[in-house]
Design a binder for this molecule. Structure first.
Ligand SMILES: [Zn+2]
Length: 329
């Protein structure tokens, strides 16, 4: 069948695209020019409605372009827009100070307390060494328990689940401290059962109990993450939300966690704001490292040269001749 441009077949295709095509429809569609089929595919849901407004494809093209731009903008804009929550937290916290920072100083600012689960028990009952390549950020969604309560619960095996039978993660952060529960070279049970999230990432939980300052908790978490990035050579793109690790067998595999850093359940502008905050702290540590490397330059072999020159320079002066006249006496 020969289909002329702008024939009623245009309309026919839009009709069939909006419903389940029968074999006869498919035969006709297969003869239709490819660029026109593309439009049919985009508008298969609204084809019937659009078709009523315009009689042929020529008049539909501007509508199609406008709609395509609209769809594109809706998909792209939420990711580009700045985060309102991020701005509000930034106002409370202030901008990250400029200039180098000693990693030891930053760790002190985080106020890490070690309160480890006993080796060989509960979340640490199996010997499972880990080389961390990622840092996974969570929030507790527990509105009554602070970091100390979580430490207690982990130490008495109160949180059951995961592959080894007990949940565990590396740090719990609240507005004034961070508690460490397991060493960073041991795997935890906090993300995705036996997936990469548990096998290769350090898990950090942010507290949400009543009275806890959210902005300060987030910033303390960002500093802790920056320190761990430096310590374990982890790149910024490997700082991920729990959302990043799909959980097999769940109807919603990608968990909305940490929920207050997600936009409509997904890592977009607010997560980007957090990642930038981590990177800002990390850059200060990098600046310190570079400063120390520059300071070490004078101890390199190059400075040997001036001292050698000094020895040579002494040579002409070396003949301490006045001794001779003395010997004449
Ligand atoms: Zn989580």
């Amino acid at each position: 069948m020969n289909i002329p441009e702008n024939s009623p077949v245009d309309e026919y295709i839009f009709m069939t695209a909006s419903t389940t095509p029968r074999s006869r429809d498919l035969k006709i569609i297969s003869q239709f020019p490819l660029h026109r089929l593309h439009f049919a595919a985009i508008f298969k849901k609204n084809a019937r409605k659009l078709m009523l407004k315009s009689k042929n494809l020529k008049t539909m093209i501007p509508v199609a372009i406008l709609a395509a731009v609209g769809i594109f903008m809706t998909m792209i804009l939420p990711g580009c827009a700045s985060s309102g929550r991020g701005k509000s937290w930034e106002q409370q916290l202030g901008a990250i100070p400029q200039g180098p920072t000693d990693p030891g100083k930053m760790r002190k600012e985080v106020r890490i307390k070690k309160d480890m689960i006993q080796k060989g028990r509960f979340g640490r009952r199996l010997d499972r060494p880990m080389t961390p390549r990622f840092i996974t950020i969570h929030s507790t969604q527990n509105y009554t328990g602070d970091a100390f309560a979580h430490a207690k619960a982990l130490k008495r095996g109160a949180l059951k689940g995961g592959v080894c039978g007990y949940l565990c993660w590396h740090y719990t952060v609240q507005d004034n401290t961070a508690i460490q529960h397991i060493p960073t070279n041991e795997r935890g049970e906090h993300a995705d059962f036996d997936g990469q999230g548990n096998r290769e990432s350090i898990g950090i939980e942010m507290c949400e109990h009543k009275g806890n300052n959210q902005a300060r908790t987030i910033d303390r978490t960002a500093k802790l993450a920056a320190s761990l990035m430096m310590e374990h050579n982890i790149p910024i793109q490997n700082i991920v939300p729990h959302y990043h690790w799909p959980r097999r067998g769940y109807s919603t595999p990608n968990k909305n966690c940490p929920h207050f850093l997600m936009d409509k359940g997904q890592p977009k502008a607010t997560w980007k704001w957090f990642q930038d905050r981590v990177e800002g702290h990390y850059n200060r540590l990098v600046a310190y490292q570079q400063m120390m490397q520059q300071k070490q330059v004078p101890t390199s072999p190059i400075p040997m040269a001036p001292s050698e020159m000094q020895v040579r320079n002494f040579e002409p002066i070396a003949p301490l001749q006045p001794a001779r006249p003395q010997s004449r006496d």
